[in-house]
Design a protein around this ligand. Structure first.
Ligand SMILES: [Fe+2]
Ligand SMILES: [Fe+2]
Length: 258
């Protein structure tokens, strides 16, 4: 089975880039399943129903999120609907709306959030241990998105899960890393998928606004870059259906001009 995992899609420029690239990739790479990180879909902050369905129509099967999941309120109630293809981190407080894992489709998908420089959540390590202790997603490949800032936390979870899931990928930094590998017991790993957003930006946002915050310490409103050179960052993981182990993981990165 071939699974594509797409990095944080930022704003309308990111969405337009996905619409131009993903349908063709889905065909050319004979992809079976696509997981897309959508926490920045709507104006860079959060998701709306419209932006979610736009991505599903472009070829995503399920959307993972992170710290920006609550930014746009209109999806919050939908998150409890098991047919709504959006996850929120599994290790958020249990009374939060939504769910952090889905095994309804051909792939088990888990969304976790890190704790180092992100926030005070339950342990992502303990949360996934609990989930995997039972028969959850038995017989299906399992892929995990750890939405986290610290590279060390992501590397550590990779070792912790090696041999128990088909793939662990990191998201949130919006900067793609070059460390795709298969760990010794068969789990595909990469520290960060990267993003789908403007190349001439600070992690998808206009340079001058982001730079100003560092230079002056005064917060300005960030706006996503919506045109010009755009990058599409993702990785493709091939899984041996009989064992659930990863056979390969490779970066699938593209650029275009909007
Ligand atoms: Fe993000
Ligand atoms: Fe994030």
């Amino acid at each position: 089975m071939r699974i594509l995992m797409v990095g944080d899609v930022v704003g309308s420029g990111g969405r337009r880039t996905v619409k131009k690239i993903l349908p063709k990739l889905r065909h050319d790479l004979a992809l079976d399943f696509v997981v897309l990180q959508g926490e920045n879909l709507a104006g860079g902050f959060g998701l709306t129903l419209e932006t979610v369905y736009e991505m599903i129509e472009a070829g995503a099967d399920i959307i993972t999120t992170g710290n920006h999941v609550w930014d746009k309120r209109d999806i919050v109630r939908k998150l409890d609907d098991p047919s709504f293809p959006v996850l929120r981190p599994l290790n958020y407080p249990p009374m939060n709306p939504g769910r952090g894992a889905s095994a309804e489709g051909p792939v088990g998908v888990v969304n976790l959030i890190g704790r180092v420089w992100v926030g005070e959540f339950d342990s992502p390590f303990a949360a996934i241990d609990d989930l995997l202790a039972g028969d959850w997603a038995k017989g299906k490949p399992i892929v995990v998105d750890l939405h986290a800032e610290a590279t060390s936390e992501k590397v550590a979870l990779g070792w912790h899960l090696d041999g128990r899931v088909s793939a662990l990928v990191g998201t949130h930094t919006h900067v793609a890393t070059a460390d795709c590998r298969i760990l010794p017991e068969g789990t595909a790993y990469v520290t960060d998928l990267g993003m789908v957003g403007g190349t001439e930006s600070v992690i998808g946002m206009h340079v001058e606004e982001a730079l100003d915050r560092f230079l002056t310490g005064v917060g300005r409103r960030f706006r996503p870059v919506e045109n010009g050179p755009m990058r599409f960052n993702s990785v493709m993981i091939e899984v041996d259906d009989s064992t659930g182990n990863a056979v390969s993981i490779e970066r699938v990165d593209r650029e275009l001009e909007l």
